[in-house]
Ligand binder design. Structure first.
Ligand code: ADP
Ligand code: MG
Length: 645
């Protein structure tokens, strides 16, 4: 090969990588050994990827191995004299561009999230274990890393090297493995333990036993054979009784690229019409990209133990996208293309069966371990609720799994999360609907004036504060025959419940108000003043202590939904609201008294506008004319002070 071609280039790491490497190299992270887990995990992924590519291009395996995949392996070598630990795989390998893209930038979303979270080095060290930093974790134990690699099917091999200080070099490497990757770690002083066979054996069996490719420690002595350190069979094919909790957990970390403990595990084999094995996990920590639009699914699809894809959106519905794990089926052809996976009827059947299985497992948890279930619900409830409108077949189950904040706390019935069955069990005689209010925050919602009348009658209201709530409410008609009804829309229809409650009441309740002529006159005056700013002005059945509130008309969108749609630019107008007035409030009776008094017109007019603006503020809506609001408020307060003084 000409001298020219072997010339070495120096390239700079992306700024984030340099920062990351700096932290990794100086970290005092106590579990340095995870570097081996990361490198073995990458080697195993590389074998999986080649095995898949070879389904359609068997020549990629090379002349010796065209017959099958039995030749895949991950080999570890130590050289105490040179202080090196070497990891060799015969997987897919990398070409020059792959090296630059994969080992020079932060391509991986988990690592990117890690860098985003970094504030100080001290904190970084703690976070390494939580996120894992993949390939770069090698620098916890190595002062220099050399990667020699050849992409399967390509002629040139490449050598990447770096001491992790801002730059790396790339050169052509005729000595690279025939196919796959060799990683040489030049160990730091103090990290010699990774030259020791005992230590390596221990680390591999702790973290990498589940790896399906054999991990082989090469013997340094002529007369001793190489040693395979792992069971080298796909974990999910082993009998459950032979799998330890630790092995399950490490497998979860490997497939899920996550580092928390799984909250729930399902390991099952379905037989009959369709044959497949599932090993699925629900994380305990919420992934940072749960609502990211181009997030991949977390479940890997295998066909007859061969990895096919980790991006098969057909495998589970989107409302279960927090699941991690694998599905391995006998019932799809090995050479299935990604296009064929779409609209595949067998896959659709597997999806339905998986969803049912997961939901029924959740149901068991909800019944048997409500407190533990609440933790799951806090992390993933908002995602699961998407199923209420996406999957009508599972709606009943999903409704039974849903938990809500409610005013039950205020009425003393319960603290924490409430199920719909709990709610229905507490409904008052005569109450026909499940009452809801939607907004951004349950604490703020609990103080909404629209709830006053309900609270006075002891009627529970669900406080819904996930954006998805407004959407499923528009498509789910009822639970157990009880319709959902927003307390901020339409009439409050509390009379029926009031009647049923009469005998239990301690006499505090008075007869419904006979509208007085003065009140009628006030309402007419306010209507005339506010004109098109409101749809109507009427006496409220839902207020007890606030003077006014806004509600949406029966046929209009709920106010919070309308605000959400406007924020997302899916709607460009608002419907006019109804202003409801509390006839018993001192301010309202005083204003009613002013109507018809000489010279009072101006004051009442200002008051009408102030009442509307006040209701808007409570509702969290922007004032169309804050300057006018301020002017009117000042004038009124001044008048009160001057005449009062
Ligand atoms: P992740 O494994 O989560 O993608 P890593 O930092 O561990 O992140 O690795 C970055 C990328 O480098 C991998 O996605 C892969 O494309 C490439 N890579 C790393 N090690 C190998 C290997 N042994 N063979 C082939 N590609 C590799
Ligand atoms: Mg990795």
């Amino acid at each position: 090969m000409a001298q020219e071609e072997l010339k070495q280039e120096e390239l700079k790491f992306e700024a984030e990588v340099s920062r990351l490497l700096d932290i990794v190299a100086h970290s005092l992270y106590s579990e340095k050994e995870i570097f081996l887990r990361e490198l073995i995990s990458n080697a195993s992924d590389a074998c999986d990827r080649l095995r898949y590519a070879a389904l359609t291009q068997p020549e990629l395996l090379g002349p010796d191995e065209s017959g099958g995949d039995s030749g895949f392996s991950i080999r570890l070598k130590t050289d105490p004299a040179a202080r090196t630990l070497t990891i060799v795989d015969n997987g897919i390998g990398m070409n020059r561009q792959d090296l630059i893209d994969n080992l020079g930038t932060i391509a991986r979303s988990g690592t990117a999230a890690f860098v985003e979270q970094l504030e100080s080095k001290a904190e970084g060290a703690n976070l390494i274990g939580q996120f894992g930093v993949g390939f770069y974790s090698a620098y916890m134990v190595a002062q220099k890393v050399e990667v020699s690699t050849r992409r399967a099917g390509e002629a040139e091999g490449w050598r990447w090297a770096s001491d992790g200080q801002g730059a790396f070099t790339i050169a052509e490497d005729p000595e690279a493995p025939a196919r796959g990757t060799r990683i040489v770690l030049h160990l730091r002083e103090g990290d010699e333990e990774y030259l020791d066979a005992m230590r390596i054996r221990q680390v591999v069996s702790t973290y990498s036993d589940h790896i399906a490719v054999p991990v082989v420690l090469e013997s340094r002595k002529e007369d001793e054979p190489d040693e395979t350190l792992n069971a080298a069979s796909a974990l999910w094919t082993r009998p459950k009784s032979e799998i330890t909790e630790e092995q399950y957990k490490e497998f979860y970390h490997h497939v899920g690229h996550t580092f928390d403990d799984p909250w729930l595990r399902l390991h099952f084999k379905a037989e009959g019409m369709l044959e497949y094995t599932g090993l699925l996990f629900i994380p305990s920590a919420k992934p940072f990209d749960l609502f990211h639009p181009d997030r991949k699914t977390g479940i890997k699809l295998y066909v007859k133990r061969v990895f096919i894809t980790d991006d098969c959106s057909e495998l589970v519905p989107s409302y279960l996208r927090f699941l991690r794990g694998i599905v391995d089926t006998e019932d799809l052809p090995l050479n299935i293309s990604r296009e064929l996976l779409q609209n595949n009827p067998r896959l659709a059947k597997i999806r339905t069966a998986l969803s049912k299985r997961v939901l029924s497992e959740l149901k068991k948890k909800a019944e048997k371990a409500p407190e533990d279930y609440a933790k799951f619900w806090e992390a993933f409830g908002p995602v699961l609720k998407e199923g209420l409108y996406e999957d009508t077949n599972q709606r009943e189950t999903l409704l039974s799994l849903a938990r809500f904040r409610s005013t039950a706390k205020e009425t003393g019935a319960e603290d924490g999360w409430v199920s719909l069955a709990d709610y229905v069990g507490r409904m008052k005689p005569g109450q026909e609907a499940i009452y809801t209010i939607t907004g951004d925050n349950p604490e703020v919602l609990a103080k909404s004036p629209q709830l006053e009348g309900f609270a006075a009658k002891g009627i529970e209201v669900l406080l819904l504060s996930d954006p998805v709530d407004d959407f499923w409410l528009t498509s789910v008609p009822d639970f157990d025959g009880k319709p959902f009804k927003s307390v901020t829309r339409g009439a409050a229809d509390l009379e029926k419940v009031a009647k049923a409650e009469d005998d239990q009441d301690d006499g505090g309740e008075k007869a419904p108000n006979e509208p007085s002529p003065a009140l009628d006159a006030l309402i007419a005056f306010v209507k005339l003043t506010l004109k098109d700013e409101v749809k109507d002005v009427r006496v409220s059945a839902r207020l007890t202590s606030s003077p006014v509130c806004l509600v949406a008309d029966e046929g209009d969108l709920d106010m919070h939904l309308e605000r959400l749609l406007k924020q997302q630019r899916q709607l460009d107008h608002s419907s006019a609201r109804i202003l409801e007035i509390n006839p018993d409030h001192g301010l309202i009776t005083a204003l009613a008294g002013q109507i018809g008094q000489e010279g009072a017109g101006g004051v009442v007019e200002d008051a009408a506008w102030l009442l509307l603006d006040q209701a808007r503020i409570i509702e969290g809506e922007a004032l169309p004319d804050p300057a006018a609001f301020s002017r009117r408020l000042s004038a009124l307060v001044e008048k009160g002070l001057v005449s009062g003084g």
